[in-house]
Design a protein around this ligand. Structure first.
Ligand SMILES: [Zn+2]
Length: 257
């Protein structure tokens, strides 16, 4: 594997210890990534620690609110030797931005078509976005296509939005391109589970400044996801940007006051 001047940062990792559906503690990730030069990890809670994704009419309860707080506390507690952890706050319909701390490095906003919906019309949604904007936190947005478009066009002015998997679960790379979203200065992407041809096309049309390497652990394997990016044989400056430089730039604009 080629050496890069910056530590490699995996910008898309799910870790938790409450959802036991698959082994996804940070220790499991660290073992899988041990053979790589990954030195930084942006970590989100597993979906099943935030809401019941299998119940479209899911009603929030105090028990789920406690579960979210525990999940968030776990991410904030991670201080592993050998990795820098960048904890992201997984936001849900209570829009609990009062739980954000200076240690948070981003927001995870996630739902699939058959899952309970975000209350975009709740006034708390707007105030949460105002707080996210004020802090300069990037938002990893995985949502249905229509919601993605509306979120970026109507709600995310002044907020940097990362569309994961090059759009695979947001309506697809092509649809996002046709809606003109990739071209927007505030729209970023990650490489997790995206195919090589789409990564190449993205880089040739939109450049390398807003693309982040990510693995989507535990769904993706950090080794093979990293090998995939190396196999594109990008020139060293572009490779270094995608593998970590862009992430550092993304983080540098956060207001931690
Ligand atoms: Zn993911």
């Amino acid at each position: 594997m080629m050496n890069t001047p910056l530590p490699v940062i995996d910008a898309h990792v799910h870790c938790g210890i409450l959802d036991r559906s698959s082994p996804q503690s940070f220790e499991v990730y660290a073992r899988q990534a041990a053979a790589t030069d990954i030195g930084g990890v942006a970590i989100f809670s597993p979906v099943m620690e935030i809401y019941d994704r299998y119940d479209p009419s899911f009603v929030d309860t105090p028990a789920w609110r406690r579960r979210r707080m525990q999940s968030n506390a776990y991410l904030l507690s991670l201080k592993p030797v050998g990795h820098t952890v960048y904890p992201y706050f997984f936001i849900w319909n209570d829009f609990a931005v009062d739980q954000l701390s200076a240690a948070h490095c981003g927001i995870k906003w996630h739902r699939h078509a058959d899952e309970p919906v975000y209350r975009y019309h709740d006034p708390r949604c707007r105030s949460a976005l105002d707080e996210i904007r004020r802090r300069g936190l990037p938002v990893v947005l995985e949502e249905e296509f229509d919601h993605t478009v509306r979120f970026i066009r109507e709600l995310a002015d002044g907020i940097r939005v990362i569309i994961p998997h090059l759009g695979m679960l947001n309506g697809g790379f092509r649809s996002i391109a046709e809606a003109g979203l990739w071209a927007q200065e505030n729209v970023w992407a990650d490489t997790a589970l995206a195919d090589r041809s789409e990564i190449r096309e993205y880089l040739s049309v939109y450049g390398h400044r807003r693309l982040l390497f990510g693995s989507d652990f535990p769904f993706g394997d950090p080794n093979s996801e990293l090998r995939k990016v190396h196999s594109l044989q990008l020139d060293p400056a572009k490779l270094a940007a995608v593998l970590g430089g862009n992430f550092i730039r993304l983080q540098s604009r956060i207001d931690r006051s």
